[in-house]
Design a protein around this ligand. Sequence first.
Ligand code: NAD
Length: 333
Amino acid sequence: MHLVTLIPGDGIGPEITQSVVDIFAAAQVPVQWDTHNAGETALAESGSLLPQGLYDSLERTKVGLKGPVTTPIGKGFKSVNITLRQKYDLYQNVRPAQTTPGIKTRFEGIDLVLFRENTEGLYAGLEMYDERLGIADSISRITVEGCRKICRAAFAYASKHGRKHVTMAHKGNILKNAGKLMLDAAKAAAAEFPEVTFYDDRIIDNMCMQLVGKPEQFDVIVTTNLFGDILSDLCAGLVGGLGVVSGANIGDDMAIFEAVHGSAPDIAGQGKANPTALLRSALMMLEHLGEKEHAARIEKALNETFLQKEQCTGDLGGKASTKEFTQFIIDKL
Ligand code: NAD
């Protein structure tokens, strides 16, 4: 039995989390949940966006499944997601994007995995504002070690999963120092994993153009934090949107799997939310825990459900509620 910290989150978070809990129970997955809130719900309950009990649980279980959380804007709170990523050095943000039969997209045959550096760059929180001069500085700092770790992680993943091609995206033509750190790190990782036979790099703007023109040419992509933030949503858009893609924040010692969309306050509590993104993230978590067979069985039931449009939620063109969609998956199990 694996003990997992469950963070239901805000807005639609509790609805989609319940869906995953129900599907795992029906599939008899050997996971036991240790539930703790974060975000606005936790703030109202305990006066803290990230209560100590949540940290204690994560440090015990080393694995979390997280629904979307709302960080109050303009009140001086640091993002819950960024705080967790930095505190536990979850330096890999892993975002698979695949076309799935039944989910309408403009392209066919996309099957890629994006590795975004998750703790450095523009998101390190190095910001200054000089009101007198009217100047704001947001410093993008990356390190040799940070580049080494994320590039190595991308190649190690490619090697482990039989993927042959890694592309590194950068802006080395303008940001020469930062570009060189990433290029050196990617070349070193390519030399360490010769079974990944094809390594290349692209300037980020060209990468965007090629992704929306011929996305099926990409396999594993690795890049820095800001570029990865943008590319990962772009890739989500290619395969059906944020409601259907999974995400993971992985460190050497801990991993937190999460729905990458937000808390969707416009539909919260209405039973309309699509739980697919969180469910697919939970399936990544099962693979991480070594429960591949359980993951494959649930994935099969999910993919069969996509083929019957009327069984899908409204965002996928269907009419089913969150609970009905969940039940259709359970029926197929
Ligand atoms: P959002 O992703 O919550 O919503 C954008 C649109 O997509 C909305 O119309 C929403 O209804 C729809 N949508 C999102 N997820 C859906 C799902 N599972 N099923 C069906 N429709 C879905 O983005 P936003 O409105 O910009 O952000 C709302 C809040 O979420 C903000 O407070 C933001 O800080 C937070 N947020 C959290 C995370 C996270 O915790 N990982 C990520 C992004 C935003």
